[in-house]
Design a binder for this molecule. Sequence first.
Ligand SMILES: C[S@@+](CC[C@H](N)C(=O)[O-])C[C@H]1O[C@@H](n2cnc3c(N)ncnc32)[C@H](O)[C@@H]1O
Length: 275
Amino acid sequence: MAISNKEFKLISEFLKEHSGIIIKPGKEYLVENRLTIMLVQNGCDNYLQFYQKLQKDSALRTKFVDALTTNETLWFRDNTFFDGLEDHIIPQLLEKSKNQSKIRIWSAASSTGQEIYSVGMLLDHVARKKGIRFEPRKFELVGTDLSTSALQIAKLARYNQMAISRGMRKDFLTRYFVKSKLAYEVAPNIKNLVSFKQFNLKNSFISMGKFDLILCRNVLIYFSDDFKKDIYSKLRTALSRDGYLAIGGSETPRGLTTSFKQFKAGRSVLYQAGP
Ligand SMILES: C[S@@+](CC[C@H](N)C(=O)[O-])C[C@H]1O[C@@H](n2cnc3c(N)ncnc32)[C@H](O)[C@@H]1O
């Protein structure tokens, strides 16, 4: 169903208000592709009627935001980054866990779970490599996202062949998954490390507590500079004193905040509270 300029403005502003996500003019096709079915299902003849329904119906609002999020993700997304984690950050966290009651790791836009489960697998893998006993009770891994449908998949931890083929290593597939007829399910020792909940990056981060490692990757690109600044400032307060922040390869705090200093983990760059 075709969207008019006025309707596009209303819909994109509403989306920004509720999620921070910006859809610029020129992306009308994206809104049309993702929302037409919802208009039909809700008996709306045009986007103005749909917009009016959105004001009153919170369940519809959730579905609307969900439909316009981009949940693209894969296992070990960006090899350079995950090499840096494996060789530098995870060994440090395992070491730190000897003197700290809990090591807390947060994937702040976890989508369908591949990112935080990849971290969980690496914790176990690096501990084995180093001959250290991995103690799950010493680690708390949290995945949050705005998208309820992405979180449903993350919680189930079941992935089809197509999802598995996107980045999963053969040796890890054998070690960290249980295969059934229809899917590969993350093995209980890794699955049980992680909890998921819905969380909007627009909210205050105070309830989340402090983290030793935060991954906020490939999500800031969807937001305005003002919203990015707000998120960076909240991320800084959510980092523990020597905690690390990871953002996406095409994202940078440069020009938005001076609250972080770079930390080089091999060829990958993370951030710590600074300067
Ligand atoms: C492209 S995925 C990135 C997933 C993963 N971090 C990665 O790098 O592979 C972006 C995710 O950000 C989520 N997202 C978008 N806006 C959000 C917001 N305001 N609060 C929390 N999550 C949000 C989307 O639902 C989506 O799952």
